[in-house]
Design a protein around this ligand. Structure first.
Ligand code: SIN
Length: 543
């Protein structure tokens, strides 16, 4: 097996990973350079698909302030967010945005060249910056990729491994991370890579559910690595289901219809032609995501349908086309002219509020292992993420981590202890056979099905135990102790860890709060609509 060493390994090339790589390269002494590992291509990530935008709490937006943004975040998170983290991230929003602009992100501006702000659910003012209309994640990712690839002062410090999976963290007997074992899916070769700093920036877990807005890469890989290595994990019961994913019969894919479409005036409508959100919450279509999602769920149950519709004809045609060019085109491709037709939508798994427990500078419970972005849980989001806070969190936490690392000694130590050596030997001597592809496909489908059915928008103890039993059976059949032979097998392994983690957390939290809705909750009883009505004053519930 090949062995190599770097000063920093970054796993994942979304906004958090790329931004960290650039900042490290610019500000930190790196005797052995940075290695950026991505299982796909450099520009592919969950961040890339973020449409709505990024929160910018900026002084020129006179109606906004840090205290207002903090209050909105805490309220959406049902009081489970960490106040200090929320404040820190909000206070640093202006610097993060400034930095992104300097790196070449062209946020949308009006005819006077002023930044334009949109609105999303549970925000009390317009404060969300967007780029390319509805391609904010793509625009940020593109600017950062360009910097990593073409700016000599940055790129000279960064090596890039594409189509490469981090499959194990090297953790020694002192609970210290010393690097990774990587698997190249093209050559099928393993490599031991040492580094005094390993950063997980692997994104989310949406692929554990049958219906998700996330791309196929979102299989919770970093989370699974951290779980295997014994790092502390937090808040996994809080999965955000986005209310409006494009829902076409006989098509399992779920293209995101950004919340900012509702921010610009579209309204949810049921099969009887009623704008039903008025019955559920005073903020109507712009209530927080958990509430809108459960309202849709309740409407679908009530009307016996598997979708509702979004009336975007309320938005002037030209405004829609220029603000949401990708949504317009994608709907058209699916045979829906949004200027005339209602858009069929239903909720889909979108974001994991939980993750590897970290401080705001990415520190995990394992020494020298850091996590940033969706894989991390800084406790910014609490029980329900406020829309567009996540890209902001990626940038601010990456910045803070780099700040801390600028004081660190990033020399590799030559001493490798026995626990790491035996792990490496296991991979060196591996001669496992490839599991037949139909088996891995079968496991993936079974995981997604049971998670959607039993650990979805509404769950209870019985459904959670059913899911746990299903996942345990899959884990036994798959054999988690066996080394995998293909990239897909590693993804199955990772999905099993992620699924178990969500189910166990959901079993532990017996009361409903935020995105975690238990129909057997002591204080919240079925139907789902009832709890939504009960909470229509926007009050929070204590866990
Ligand atoms: C959206 O545009 O609705 C998604 C943005 C987000 O998840 O923050």
């Amino acid at each position: 097996m090949k062995h190599s060493k770097y000063s920093v390994i970054i796993v994942g090339s979304g906004v958090a990973g790329l931004y960290a790589a650039i900042k490290l390269s610019e500000n930190v002494t790196l005797p052995d350079g940075i290695l950026l590992v991505t299982k796909s291509q450099l520009s592919e990530s969950n961040s890339r698909y973020a449409q709505g935008g990024i929160v910018g709490v900026l002084p020129e937006n006179k109606k906004d302030s840090v205290s207002l943004h903090v209050a909105d975040t805490l309220k959406a998170g049902c009081g489970l967010s960490d106040l200090n983290v929320v404040k820190f991230i909000s206070e640093n929003s202006r610097f993060a945005i400034q930095d992104l602009i300097e790196y070449g992100v062209n946020f949308d501006r009006n005819e006077n060249r002023e930044l334009t702000f949109t609105l999303e659910g549970a925000h009390s003012v317009r404060r969300i910056l967007h780029a390319g209309g509805d391609a904010t994640g793509f625009s940020i990712e593109k600017a950062l990729v360009q910097k990593v690839q073409s700016d000599q002062s940055v790129s000279r410090n960064i090596s890039i491994y594409e189509q490469t999976h981090a499959v194990e963290l090297l953790v020694d007997s002192k609970r210290q991370c010393r690097g990774i074992i990587a698997f190249n899916e093209i050559t099928r070769e393993y490599e031991t890579i040492y580094a005094p700093v390993t950063i997980l920036a692997t994104g989310g877990t949406g692929q554990v559910y049958k219906y998700t807005t996330n791309p196929s890469v979102a299989t919770g890989d970093g989370l699974a690595l951290a779980i295997r290595a014994g790092a502390e994990i937090k808040d996994m019961e809080f999965i955000q289901f986005h209310p409006t994913a494009l829902s076409i019969d006989n098509d399992e894919s779920r293209f995101l219809i950004s919340e900012s479409v509702r921010g610009e005036g579209a309204k949810l409508i049921n099969k009887d032609g009623e704008y039903f959100m008025e019955r559920y919450h005073e903020q109507k279509d712009l209530a927080s995501r958990d509430i809108v999602t459960r309202s849709i769920y309740a409407e679908m149950k009530k009307t016996g349908t598997n979708k509702v519709h979004l009336d975007a004809t309320l938005i002037p045609v030209e405004t829609f086309k220029s603000r949401f060019p990708n949504i317009y085109a994608s709907c058209l491709k699916a045979g829906i002219d949004v200027t005339k037709d209602y858009i069929p939508v239903s909720p889909a798994a979108h974001y994991c509020m939980g993750g590897v427990k970290t401080s705001v500078d990415g520190h995990t419970s394992l020494k020298n292992l850091y996590a940033i972005g969706e894989v991390a849980c800084t406790s910014l989001h609490g029980a329900n993420r406020l829309a567009s806070n996540s890209l902001l969190e990626c940038v601010v936490t990456a910045y803070e981590l780099v700040n801390k690392l600028s004081f660190a000694n990033l020399q590799n130590s030559e001493v490798i202890d026995d626990s790491i050596m035996s792990l490496i030997k296991l991979y060196e001597s591996n001669e496992e056979e490839i599991r037949p592809e139909e088996y891995t496909d079968k496991y993936i489908t079974a995981i997604k099905d049971t998670m959607w059915k039993n650990v979805g928008i509404v769950r209870d103890e019985t459904s959670l135990l059913t899911a746990l039993s299903d996942i345990n059976k899959i884990a036994t059949a798959f054999d988690l102790n066996k080394i995998c032979s293909t990239a897909k097998e590693y993804e199955v392994r990772n999905l099993i860890y992620v699924a178990k983690s969500i189910i166990n957390a959901a079993l532990k939290r017996k009361t409903s709060i935020g995105a975690h809705y238990r129909s057997d909750s002591v204080e919240c009883t079925e139907p789902a609509a009832q709890i939504i009505k009960e909470r229509s004053d926007g009050s929070t519930v204590t866990a």
